[in-house]
Write a protein that binds this ligand. Structure first.
Ligand code: 5AD
Ligand code: SF4
Length: 426
């Protein structure tokens, strides 16, 4: 979502005559788009800002912090980090060109005044702003902003504000524009896509209409909430050849007590029943998840319930996080962050270990099969190897000598080996 927002910011600034440079040495303005979801995201930004301090000592520079961390820490951040001149939250990017212009003028006059735009809006969807997209195979399209779920651990409702859906016609215009510019894949983004509503439109209708745009090879989406997965969306994934058979379905915990404290409104059994319902309708679906370890008061028994659920669900892969208390959230106000960091770490390691074994086993089912693969580019480890994704979003690598027409091409690869991270094709 931040990558998508950065493309939006670039477009807004270019429209006002700002010119972007890849060369940091030439920039008058440096913008850092930030995430607040967990503490380590914060730490990365503080490290980045201290690096910029050295740059700002050498020459005049306007430094802007954008995004969720700006929104959540507000003036705290500006007070603690004297190098920050401008703060703009996720709903305030339209004000950014004028904030930067006045900050640049103030700097010329030797004034060190800080500028903020941190109002959350119930309506802002940046309608009519076509993002300045990073080139590549995938185009992000944000279909809704904000979230009204208020899961107790999560900062998003406070940093991105109330939930609002974009006009489907403008989403379809964007999809057609991306297709005309050669993007082969579209990923629809929203904090909880199942709440997408615009007049008669729901998310199943929207994704089907986007997938009907000719020239697009694949449509993905992230993320749905397990509490309200509609049959019509399962149907769309099952039947539309261009809607990818991958669902990222955040579990968070397998303990009903913890799920309730988290405000997730489903039980472990309901999650498993949903997985079962999806698999019966779409046998070759790839299911991935997010899990938090060490949420407030999580006992060994609670953790065991999560472990057992992970074993039972046999999902294709999982992102597993230590719980990290976020300022302003319900959990921060109501519950103690009482699980020692070391215990959180041990629980994460145990889950990572079992999930890794499950993932490796799941990936072995592709050995001997021939799969369509959308090429993304070179493998990270070796420029002699190509890399792409299966329909289910699993990474495939191959020796380029076995066939590599280049990024954006759809090829078929025969899978001869598999690990927990990668399928090996030819
Ligand atoms: N601590 C740890 N993980 C979190 N996530 C969201 N908030 C927190 C938090 N406070 C995780 C959830 C979510 C993913 C995007 O980040 O698992 O699904
Ligand atoms: Fe956060 Fe819950 Fe909203 Fe996801 S659904 S963004 S976890 S509040």
């Amino acid at each position: 979502m931040n990558e998508s927002d950065s493309e939006l910011v670039r477009s807004l600034l270019k429209q006002q005559g700002f010119v972007f440079t890849e060369d940091r040495e030439r920039a008058d303005v440096l913008l850092v788009n930030t995430c607040a979801i967990r503490e380590n995201a914060h730490n990365k930004i503080y490290a980045h800002l201290s690096e910029l301090k050295a740059v700002k000592k050498q020459r005049p520079l306007v430094v802007g912090v954008l995004g969720c961390m700006a929104q959540n820490l507000k003036t705290d951040l500006a007070d603690k980090e004297p190098i920050v001149d401008v703060l703009a939250g996720p709903d305030s990017y339209r004000q950014l060109p004028s904030l930067l212009t006045t900050a640049l003028e103030a700097q010329e006059q030797g004034l060190a005044q800080k500028r903020f735009a941190l109002d959350l809006s119930e309506y802002e969807t940046y309608e009519g702003i076509l993002p300045d997209r990073d080139s590549g195979v995938n185009a992000w399209i944000t279909v809704m902003r904000g979230c009204d779920n208020f899961c107790s651990f999560c900062v998003v409702p406070y940093t991105r504000g109330r939930e609002r859906s974009r006009d489907p016609e403008s989403i379809l215009d964007e999809a057609r524009d991306a297709a005309a510019r050669g993007f082969k894949q579209i990923t629809l983004l929203g904090q909880n896509v199942n709440s997408y509503r615009y007049g008669e439109w729901d998310f199943a209708r929207l994704i089907t209409a986007v997938a009907d745009v000719s020239e697009i090879e694949r449509v993905r989406f992230t993320s749905p909430h397990p509490k309200d997965f509609p049959p019509a969306l399962i149907e769309a994934i099952a039947t539309h050849p261009r809607v990818c058979k991958h669902i990222h379905l955040p579990l968070q915990s397998g303990s009903d007590r913890i799920l309730e404290l988290m405000g997730r409104t489903y039980t472990g059994a309901e999650y498993l029943a949903l997985v079962d319902r999806i698999r019966r309708a779409i046998p070759d679906i790839v299911l991935t998840t997010d899990i938090i370890c060490g949420f407030c008061s999580e006992s060994d028994d609670d953790f065991q319930a999560t472990f057992r659920l992970v074993e039972q669900a046999q999902l294709d892969s999982a992102y597993i996080f230590k719980y990290s208390e976020r300022k302003n959230t319900i959990a921060a106000r109501k519950y103690a962050d009482d699980i020692p960091d070391q215990v959180k770490g041990q629980r994460v390691s145990k889950l990572v270990e079992i999930q890794r074994a499950i993932t490796a086993e799941r990936n072995r089912r592709y050995i001997g099969k021939t799969l369509p693969v959308l090429i993304e580019g070179d493998a990270t480890r070796s420029p002699t190897q190509g890399m792409g994704k299966t329909d289910g979003n699993i990474t495939v690598v191959w020796d380029k000598s076995t066939g590599h027409p280049g990024p954006g091409a759809m090829v078929t690869k025969h899978i001869f080996d598999a690990s927990a991270a990668t399928l090996y094709g030819e």
